[in-house]
Write a protein that binds this ligand. Structure first.
Ligand code: MG
Length: 391
């Protein structure tokens, strides 16, 4: 089964904007949820399923370049960005026209539903072939009242047959195209199932129990953030490293070559700052220390670039489920002045840790002429790292 996935993100976020506290980003697509824009959350779940042959996202034209940039940054270069329309159904129609007609199924998902689960997706994919379409839905729990214009209750609705339609919705391409052609009100449809119903196609619900909310108001966003962080633990680790400064060695600090007459003595390239940061990461994750990972007796590590060591350690820490939230550091060095290099160092370290440069801090100090650092005999670096993991 080959599926064209369409993420519907064409809305103007008007309900969301009305509910915003002052000074928050105005389009909900870009609101950071767990540090990642809302619309990027569901993509990795879809991409776990080989049936998804291509992905398109329909967005308002004025947001197109920003969406493209964020997709590239998050390594979703294959997602096609198309201009949305005046309504959800029009956005989906435009994406449908740009999709590959050989994929006989089309799956539509609201980009504002970040928590779709892989299990629900699997259920939909399995159930689809028996119908023209299937949608993810939830049995309605509250008691429902039908009221007249004056607010007087005319009936209590039998909820046993009522389901709330969610997304994803997975439909046969031919039937969806037919509905767009034959239903004069197609562009007002609020979901794909209603389009299929309008041409008498068979659509079934796939009921599920997980939480798959559509972030509509700011309050939904706050709930989503709380849900994402529930049970998360955060840990802090400390690292410290000293290297002797000697003539005839390159001075490496923070992954950069610092022009100076001396450099750090060491088995590796002697980058004391990256060593301190690596130890801080290992400390927070309780995964030993840098000497256990890269022994200074192992000839394989002779003159190894410390940036390689840090990358490898950061990768191992991530494999255990940890995310690096923040790294702070101090470099104690009498000479040379590091001020002009600090920003570049910050960017280099952030790139090694695959985080943003505003999650890395470097502070440079002298030792006021006191002790081995003050006398220019050594450099000492201290670092502290905060890691976070969902338990
Ligand atoms: Mg060291």
């Amino acid at each position: 089964m080959k599926v064209s996935l369409i993420l519907a993100a064409g809305g103007s976020s008007s309900r969301f904007r009305e509910s915003l506290p002052p000074r928050t980003p105005s389009n909900k697509l870009f609101m950071p949820l767990g540090g990642k824009p809302l619309f990027l959350h569901s993509l990795p779940v879809f991409h776990q399923h080989p049936e998804i042959a291509e992905t398109l996202i329909a967005v308002p034209q004025n947001l197109r370049s920003q969406v493209k940039r964020l997709l590239t940054q998050a390594r979703f270069e294959n997602v096609k960005v198309v201009n949305g329309g005046a309504s959800r159904a029009e956005s989906v129609m435009r994406a449908l026209r740009k999709s590959n007609p050989r994929n006989e199924w089309v799956m539509v998902h609201d980009a504002a539903r970040p928590f779709v689960s892989s299990g629900s997706l699997q259920k939909l994919l399995q159930a689809a072939p028996a119908s023209d379409g299937v949608i993810l839905a939830k049995k309605v729990v509250p008691t429902l009242k039908q009221v007249d214009a004056s607010g007087k209750i005319s009936a209590t609705v039998d909820r046993s047959q009522i389901f709330e339609a969610e997304t994803p919705q997975l439909v046969r391409r031919k039937v969806l195209e037919k509905a767009y052609r034959e239903n004069p009100q197609a562009l007002q449809a609020t979901d794909e199932a209603s389009l299929l119903e309008s041409v008498k196609a068979t659509v079934r619900v796939v009921a599920h129990e997980s939480w798959n909310p559509k972030v509509t108001h700011f309050q939904d966003f706050e709930l989503a953030e709380a849900f994402l962080n529930s049970g998360a633990v955060s840990r802090t680790g400390l690292g410290k490293d000293t290297h002797r400064l000697v003539a005839g060695r390159k001075l490496m600090l923070g992954g950069l070559h610092v022009p100076f007459e001396k450099g750090c003595l060491g088995h590796s390239d002697g980058d004391a700052l990256l060593h301190a940061i690596a130890d801080a990461l290992l400390g927070a994750a309780a995964m030993g220390d840098i000497g256990e990972w890269f022994s200074d007796r192992d000839p394989r590590f002779k003159n190894i670039a410390s940036s390689k060591m840090l990358e490898q350690i950061a990768g191992a820490v991530k494999k255990q489920g940890w995310h690096v939230e923040h790294v702070d550091s101090v470099v104690i060095l009498e000479k040379p002045k590091l001020g002009p290099l600090k920003k570049k160092m910050q960017e280099k370290i952030a790139a090694l840790l695959k985080i943003k440069s505003d999650q890395v801090s470097i502070k440079a100090k002298t030792a006021e002429g006191l002790g081995p650092e003050g006398e220019g005999l050594s450099v000492t670096c201290e670092a502290i790292a905060t890691l976070r993991k969902k338990s």
